[in-house]
Design a protein around this ligand. Structure first.
Ligand code: B12
Length: 489
């Protein structure tokens, strides 16, 4: 079968650190590998590069089109992409999957989409392709929201969570033409690697553990080592919680070392409390890269702030975890959540904490109820009608306690305390000194864009522009009757 897998451009990245990261569509590469193994012809088109979906559909003449939707902020963009595919190729079966689609499919239930994948794609897409090819009833394909003559129905779940070893290595060759366009921060090209999936914790703002029932799955050491050894020099590890299993992580570091793996840069994401008990692990992993950065969900500057987010860790762990990681020579990046219900006191508490612990490399996002979380269900009634693209953690979804103007003044003042403020501690010149001459235009462009995050007027203008606006597809977003996906519209 001819199968086209699409990664749409996520749409607006006016605010936030989106411009610093453009990584390969790893989920589609794993699905691609599963389909190639069954003899299908697969094209992966990354629409963040030219051409657009219509050209790819004309070129590959697909019977099945898969569209990836990892973030809730992309729902409208996914619907637009599906509409365009349908226009150019009315007979193709259009299937959407990815984290946000699986965690909260309701907004995608419209006439241009035929099915939504409620789980990982490797098994589901293969079974769907087979059912389509052989003319078997699609309701027999597991883990789908399926559009039928009688409306949307849910098929039975997968009997077991897909083993990450079912498809040992992603088909990276399917995106080889874009490799030089994938970048993270100053590193280009970049490879995305997944060694494990899921998280056992229960932070109220996160939809990952809720989708995977707090489970964690691991790839075999052999597959991960092969992936690291054959990937390039700069690696972003996609795992939700790196170093979760200490025994396996130690073994992995040892085997990578034996294989002679040494990278220019590695970035992983983990928790502060895990760092506090992982000194041995940190020592074992650090020699594997020249620069090694850790991204931490720092979230709040006080114990009560962390408790309110069900972080199950306190600021003592933040301070100690950061200290231990720095002692081992890791770079620390992180993120704090800014609550629309904050008063001036919480903002000042955060600024003081950042200054005291030297956390100017952290970013700041607005606490946002992402669909698929318990928090979303709790505050759903407060959310004003607005496009899903506002769920990017840089928009206010309701009136903040301090009023919109004052909130944005303090929010942008917070960003001004970060190293991204080129009028602050780290000037444009300091940034330029850190990069190769060929990288100067790229870093200058990105830094120029991020300066909007220091300007209250930029946020206020955006707030006025998007308030009360429901995207053109808003009517179909409501998806009445989608039990798993109550909509706020
Ligand atoms: C890499 C990543 C990014 C990358 C970009 C990813 C990309 N290619 O575009 C960057 C760093 C840019 C990023 C940014 C953000 N991200 Co992000 N990101 C991730 C992360 C860590 C890994 C995704 C990944 O590649 N996993 C590995 C692959 C193998 O798995 P997968 O993608 O899930 O694919 C599998 C299935 O989903 C499915 N599947 C995937 N595609 C398809 C397609 C079809 C047709 C089918 C059938 C199945 C299918 O099958 C695949 C194989 O099993 C996830 C965490 C997660 N667990 O999903 C967060 C995650 C998706 N991001 C999240 C968030 C919140 C953000 C930000 C808003 C954060 C912020 N502070 O600004 C920004 C948004 C930026 C923007 N404006 O677009 C949330 C989304 C929550 C939600 N409900 O919306 C997640 C879940 C993290 C979290 N813990 O909350 N992100």
């Amino acid at each position: 079968m001819n199968i086209l897998l699409l990664r749409p451009h996520p749409g607006s990245d006016k605010f936030g650190l989106g411009p610093f990261f453009r990584v390969e569509p790893l989920g589609l590469e794993y699905i691609g590998a599963a389909l190639l193994e069954k003899g299908h012809r697969v094209t992966v088109a990354d629409l963040r590069f030219r051409p657009g979906p219509a050209a790819w559909v004309r070129r590959s003449r697909p019977q099945l089109v898969g569209i990836s939707c990892p973030h809730a902020l992309e729902y409208e963009r996914i619907l637009e992409t599906a509409r365009e595919v349908r226009r150019v190729c009315p007979d193709a079966f259009i299937h959407v999957g990815g984290h946000a689609a699986a965690a909260f499919p309701g907004p995608l239930e419209c006439g241009d989409i035929d099915a939504i994948c409620l789980d990982d794609g490797e098994e589901v897409v293969v079974q769907l392709a087979e059912a389509l090819e052989k003319g078997r009833p699609l309701v027999e394909v597991p883990a789908l929201r399926l559009r039928t003559g009688d409306g949307w129905v849910t098929t039975s779940p997968l009997t077991e969570r897909t083993s990450l070893d079912l498809v040992p290595l992603p088909a990276r060759e399917l995106v080889a033409r874009h490799r030089s366009g994938y970048h993270c921060l100053l590193f280009k090209p970049v490879w995305l690697i997944e060694t494990a999936r899921g998280c056992p914790h229960r932070c109220s703002f996160c939809s990952v553990w809720q989708l995977y029932d707090r489970s964690c799955r691991e790839r075999s050491i052999g597959a991960v080592v092969e992936d690291f050894a054959t990937a390039g020099d700069a690696i972003f590890v996609a795992d939700d919680l790196f170093w979760h299993n200490p025994t396996r992580s130690l073994e992995l570091a040892a085997v990578l070392k034996q294989r002679g793996v040494f990278k220019r840069w590695i970035l992983v994401q983990t928790r502060t409390d895990l760092l506090c008990r992982s000194s041995e692990l940190l020592a074992a992993w650090r020699p594997l890269a020249k620069d090694f950065d850790i991204f931490l969900g720092l979230e709040a500057a006080s114990d009560h702030g962390l408790a309110d987010l069900t972080k199950d860790a306190g600021v003592t762990e933040t301070i100690e975890g950061v200290r231990i990681a720095r002692e081992h020579g890791y770079g620390i990046n992180g993120n704090f959540l800014i609550d629309p219900d904050w008063t001036e006191t919480e903002f000042r508490e955060l600024w003081e904490f950042i200054a005291r612990h030297g956390l100017q490399r952290a970013g700041f996002t607005i606490r946002t109820p992402l669909p698929g979380t318990e928090y979303y269900r709790q505050v759903e009634q407060r959310i004003a009608p607005q496009p899903w693209s506002n769920f990017d953690m840089h928009h206010l979804l309701w009136e903040p306690r301090l009023g919109v103007r004052r909130f944005f003044e303090l929010y942008t003042e917070t960003w001004r305390r970060s190293i991204l403020n080129t009028s602050g501690e780290k000037s444009m010149l300091d940034w330029m000194r850190q990069v190769r001459p060929s990288q100067i235009p790229y870093i200058a462009r990105i830094l120029w864009r991020t300066q909007a995050m220091m300007k209250p007027a930029a946020y206020l203008e955006e707030y006025e522009a998007t308030r009360g606006r429901v995207a053109p597809c808003g009517a179909s977003i409501a998806a009445p009757g989608a039990a798993e996906a109550p909509s706020h519209r």
